[in-house]
Design a protein around this ligand. Structure first.
Ligand SMILES: *Cc1c(COP(=O)(O)O)cnc(C)c1O
Length: 360
C-alpha cells in the first residue's frame, strides 16, 4: 500500500489511524455483526456513536451548555440560505464581511432572503487580507454579522474575533474548525462542512446559541429548522450516519493528540515551515498579508507562471498531490489540515527547494 501526501483542500486527508480503525470495524462494529452503515439511526448502537461524537466535540471545543450541536446535511453551502432563514428572527437585514470566494457565495444566497449590508470587503485587494474592524460599517439593526473565518481558496484567516456587541456573530469555520482553540461563547453560530478538517463529505456541523433558535421563517424546510433538529438530537430525519461515525473517530484521535491546543502548536509549526520558505526566496511568493495568513490553506505562486505545469507534474512524481490552486485564482495551494503530518510539509518544502534549484 502506498499512501501519498495529499494536500487537497477538500475532501481532504484523514488521520491514518482513523482510516485503519474504520477498515477494521467495517464488517462488524464492536460485535454488533453489522457495519455502521447498515445500522438503524434509531438503534442503541448508533445512538451511542452519535452521543459520543457530540460529547467529544463539546469537550474539544469547550462548547458551553447553552449551545446546541447539530449534525446536518447539505454542506456548508446549504447554510448560506439556512442561516438567514433561521436567524433573521423578524429582522430585515444582516451584515456580511466579504473576504473571499466563500463569503461572496454566502452573500449571494443571503440576498435571496434579506437585505445584505456588506460591512467591509477585501475584494478590491484581490482578497489578500482581512479588513480591520476599524474599516467595518456595521448596521446596529442587523440580525447577525456573518464572517468566513478561514477563506479556503485565498488562504486568508481571521486571527482575531470581531466585536459585534449585542449582534450575534456567525462564522463559517469549514476549513479551520478544530485547528486551534476557538472561544465559542464569542459566536452566536458556528458552522462547518466536515470534509476539510473533520471527516467525510456529507456532514455539516452547526453550533448555535439556544436563544437564537425557534424563530425560523415559516417556509424553512422542517429538516433545516435548527429548533426542530435540536429537539430531535439531529434525527428529525435520517442523519449522515457513517460520516458522523468517522467524525467521531477523528474527535477521539484529536483528544488523544492532546486536543486543539496541541493541534495548534503542530499547525503553527507546519505553517511556519512553508511560509518561512516562501518568504526566503524570490522564486515563490505568498500574496496574503502576513497578519492574515491561513494556517490551514497556504496559497502561493511561482514568480514564473510558465513553470506551474512542471511544478504540478514533478510534485506528483514526488508523491505530493493536489497542490494546484483553485481554478478561480490559479497558482498553488497546500492545504495542511490537522491530519497532514509534519513530514508531509517537510517533504513539500524539500521538493520546492529542489524544484527551484533545477528551474531557478
Ligand atoms: C468548502 C467550503 C464551503 C462549501 O462546502 P460544501 O460542503 O461544498 O457546501 C463553504 N465554506 C468554506 C469556507 C469552505 O471551505
Amino acid at each position: 500500500m502506498a499512501r501519498v501526501f495529499n494536500f487537497s483542500a477538500g475532501p481532504a486527508v484523514l488521520p491514518e489511524p482513523v482510516l485503519q480503525q474504520a477498515a477494521a470495524e467495517m464488517l462488524d462494529w464492536h460485535g454488533s455483526g453489522m457495519s455502521v452503515m447498515e445500522m438503524s439511526h434509531r438503534g442503541k448502537e448508533f445512538i451511542d456513536i452519535h452521543a459520543r461524537a457530540e460529547a467529544d466535540l463539546r469537550e474539544l471545543m469547550a462548547i458551553p451548555r447553552n449551545y446546541k450541536v447539530l449534525f446536518l446535511q447539505g454542506g456548508a453551502s446549504a447554510q448560506f440560505a439556512l442561516i438567514p432563514m433561521n436567524l433573521l428572527r423578524g429582522k430585515s437585514g444582516a451584515d456580511y464581511v466579504n473576504t473571499g470566494q466563500w463569503s461572496k457565495k454566502a452573500i449571494a444566497d443571503a440576498k435571496k432572503y434579506c437585505k445584505v449590508n456588506v460591512a467591509a470587503t477585501s475584494e478590491p485587494d484581490s482578497y489578500t487580507r482581512v479588513p480591520k474592524q476599524s474599516e467595518w460599517r456595521l448596521d446596529p439593526d442587523a440580525a447577525y454579522v456573518h464572517v468566513t473565518t478561514n477563506e479556503t481558496i485565498g488562504g486568508v484567516e481571521f486571527h482575531w474575533v470581531p466585536d459585534t456587541g449585542a449582534v450575534p456573530l456567525v462564522a463559517d469555520m469549514s476549513s479551520h474548525i478544530l485547528s486551534r482553540p476557538m472561544d465559542v461563547s464569542r459566536y452566536g453560530l458556528i458552522y462547518a462542512g466536515a470534509q476539510k478538517n473533520i471527516g467525510p463529505a456529507g456532514l455539516t456541523i452547526v453550533i448555535v446559541r439556544d436563544d437564537l433558535i425557534g424563530q425560523a421563517m415559516p417556509q424553512t424546510p422542517t429538516v433545516f429548522d435548527y429548533k426542530v433538529q435540536a429537539d430531535n438530537d439531529s434525527m428529525s430525519n435520517t442523519p449522515s450516519t457513517y460520516a458522523i461515525y468517522i467524525a467521531g473517530l477523528v474527535f477521539e484521535w484529536l483528544i488523544k493528540q492532546g486536543g486543539v491546543a496541541a493541534m495548534e502548536r503542530v499547525n503553527r509549526a507546519k505553517a511556519a515551515l512553508l511560509y518561512d520558505h516562501l518568504d526566503r526566496t524570490e522564486f515563490y511568493h505568498s500574496p496574503v498579508a502576513r497578519d492574515d495568513r491561513s494556517l490551514m490553506n497556504i496559497a502561493f505562486t511561482l514568480r514564473n507562471e510558465a513553470l506551474d505545469k512542471a511544478f504540478i507534474q514533478e510534485s506528483e512524481a514526488a508523491g505530493l498531490f493536489q497542490l494546484k490552486g483553485h481554478r478561480s485564482v490559479g497558482g498553488m495551494r497546500a492545504s495542511i489540515y490537522n491530519a497532514m503530518p509534519v513530514e508531509g510539509v517537510k517533504a513539500l518544502v524539500g521538493f520546492m527547494q529542489e524544484f527551484e534549484r533545477k528551474h531557478g
